[in-house]
Ligand binder design. Sequence first.
Ligand SMILES: [Zn+2]
Length: 134
Amino acid sequence: MGNERGGTAVKGRIRQRPATFASQGLRPLVSALEASKTALHREMGGFGVVDAAGGNPADETDQAVLEQEVVFTCLLKQRVKMRLDQVEQAMQRLRSRSYGLCQECGRQIPLERLRVQPDATFCVPCKSRLESRW
Ligand SMILES: [Zn+2]
């Protein structure tokens, strides 16, 4: 009693199948997440080399190129780090059994979407709504 969630009118019914989801072919997604984690870790490892690029640049052009490279590497690194965080969060959600639920509306993200993007945190309608807001 007194256990209803929210009073917001949501189109359609809210279907939640918490326990069964784990058995719905999640295994390929888990290995996909693990594979991308390994790949991202490897990518992160590769960046260190460029960062350490020392030496003394001969002229201003070299200096500029070098600086550009450092900035570019920095951006790439941030992107990889972000992806890595997303993957790790997805794995954490797998452990806490909240995996595959939209962080916005709480509905189950369709498995087809998760197959394309195993670390998806929003369902398609919410994602496009959030993106159009920005
Ligand atoms: Zn949603």
